[in-house]
Design a protein around this ligand. Structure first.
Ligand SMILES: [Zn+2]
Length: 201
């Protein structure tokens, strides 16, 4: 679900140039620039989450406008800019209902860093990917056959199917589609009042 907007560059380079990389790396700005920003389609439909820095670039390019601010400022030599918390694209974008790329990162994101057998939440580095039906038994590397798994459960399961190992999946693994993304956006927005009105309707 990456948004491609590079063709909207024309005429906005001057504005974006005000915030040279040096200005964007002032001490203290770093964290605020990484804060998640909710991206809405022109129709106010939530479609993505990006870092504040990226959101600011979209606003400066005239591709999006700020709907909500996050209370932080970005200071350049000449201007102080309020950082957005929610932005909205000015032009409606058709979002294809295609799945995200199959990758370790996206599987861990889908499974929210939770071992799908014992429900332990772990940092990405301490999780592995488990083939539900082992590869040696014809199991494929697909969204439906890969789950986040802790090393303990992975060893215990070994070369067996979950049933053979007496283990149960928390839920049926599915492709990471727009529905899943919305679910994750809602989880991220639960504690953020500014996001809430766009996510819970
Ligand atoms: Zn486990």
């Amino acid at each position: 679900m990456s948004l491609r907007m590079d063709h909207h560059d024309a005429g906005s380079r001057h504005a974006a140039g005000l915030f040279a990389p040096a200005a964007m790396h002032r001490p203290g700005d770093g964290h605020a620039l990484l804060a998640p920003v909710l991206v809405l389609n022109a129709s106010y439909e939530p479609i993505n989450v990006c870092a504040a820095r990226r959101a600011l670039v979209l606003v400066l390019k005239g591709v999006a406008m700020t709907e909500e601010e996050n209370g932080h400022f970005l200071h350049s030599a000449r201007v102080a800019m309020r950082l957005p918390s929610v932005i909205r694209l000015l032009e409606y974008r058709r979002i294809p209902h295609q799945s995200r790329a199959l990758s370790r990162k996206n599987i861990l994101l889908r499974d929210r860093n939770t071992c799908q057998y014992c429900a332990t939440v772990l940092p990405s580095g301490e999780l592995t990917l488990d083939h539900v039906i082992p590869r040696s038994r014809g199991g494929s590397s697909t969204w439906e056959n890969l789950v986040a798994c802790c090393h303990g459960c992975n060893r215990r399961k070994g070369n067996q199917s979950p049933t053979e190992a007496g283990m149960k999946l928390m839920r049926e693994p599915r492709a990471f589609n727009l529905h899943t993304s919305r679910h994750i956006m809602r989880l991220m927005g639960r504690s953020d009042d500014k996001w809430r009105k766009y996510l819970f309707y």
